[in-house]
Write a protein that binds this ligand. Structure first.
Ligand SMILES: [Zn+2]
Length: 285
């Protein structure tokens, strides 16, 4: 499709959704601008269906974060941030996908499409696993298998793992459904200016990409348990992911690297999921 038309459509649609999300306090000011930049990139370079896939992730995650919110608050207050997504959170969850869209624009191939869907599936799996897994009381450290406190980065539960798998399949199947709808619209109305034919994979594509999303989510937990920064409040002697504890005291780093917070781990995991799917697709597709 013509780049000018898709970019224009992208600006309009993204603006409407971003303003709505900002008003609903889902995004901070800078987070709104970041989301718009990513949205326009996806719309222009990947097409409306790529953009819609990220909206699916954003909407389902926002809905899930509201589910049993008060019950979950107890376990998430030691997290760095909650609720309103800031610029880093937005970029961590969507920049890998946006970069893949740019690659696809220059070099379209089913393997690059697989990488895009897997990058989104990874962040979706991680978010669903966190939001639903938090409600499971039996939580274990991913590497040692020892019991862990609910809500810690690197801790997993059976409920969370099932949620991750379902979330990854959800994004993969949605991506193919959106591509199919795109192609149907193209056939029925022949708006060649607006729609480009999209690749639709079958069962092998679904299996490979959904598995890659799940793999990315596991990579997220492993990184969360090993290299992600973990701090201790010298006053309360409590472990936290925050640089400043809830009591106002500056915390000291106890484990991991200061540069690697929850956002950078999400970012790396999304890349891992995408690269994994790309390799699988090159070999098997
Ligand atoms: Zn404290």
């Amino acid at each position: 499709m013509s780049l000018q038309i898709s970019a224009l459509l992208g600006v309009i649609v993204t603006l409407v959704i971003a303003i709505y999300a900002f008003k609903k306090q889902q995004l901070t000011e800078k987070g709104t601008i970041a989301a718009m930049l990513v949205g326009i990139t996806l719309f222009s370079l990947g097409g409306w269906s790529w953009f819609a896939l990220l909206v699916f992730f954003f909407l389902s995650s926002s809905l899930l974060s509201k589910y049993k919110k008060t019950q979950k608050f107890e376990f998430t207050k030691e997290h760095e941030k909650r609720d309103q997504r800031d610029v880093w959170q937005v970029f961590a969850n969507s920049l890998p996908a946006a970069v893949v869209a740019a690659v696809y624009f220059i070099y379209p191939s089913p393997a690059v499409f697989a990488a895009f869907v897997a990058a989104v599936a990874t962040v979706n799996a991680d978010t669903w696993a966190t939001e639903i897994g938090l409600l499971d009381k039996k939580t274990y450290w991913i590497l040692s298998g020892k019991p862990a406190k609910q809500g810690r980065s690197g801790a997993v539960s059976v409920t969370g793992l099932v949620a991750a798998a379902v979330a990854s399949v959800f994004i993969t199947v949605s991506a193919l459904a959106l591509s199919a709808l795109n192609n149907l619209l193209l056939q029925s109305y022949s708006f060649e200016e607006v729609f480009a034919t999209q690749f639709i994979g079958g069962i092998p594509f679904i299996l490979m990409v959904a598995f890659s999303g799940f793999f990315g989510c596991i990579a997220d937990s492993v990184l969360g348990a090993t290299v992600q920064a973990r701090y201790c409040c010298p006053k309360c002697k409590k472990m936290t992911e925050k640089v400043f504890h809830g009591c106002g005291t500056r915390t000291t780093i106890k484990q991991g690297f200061a540069l690697l917070d929850n956002d950078s781990v999400n970012f790396l995991a999304s890349i891992a999921g995408g690269v994994f799917a790309y390799c699988l697709a090159l070999v098997f597709l």
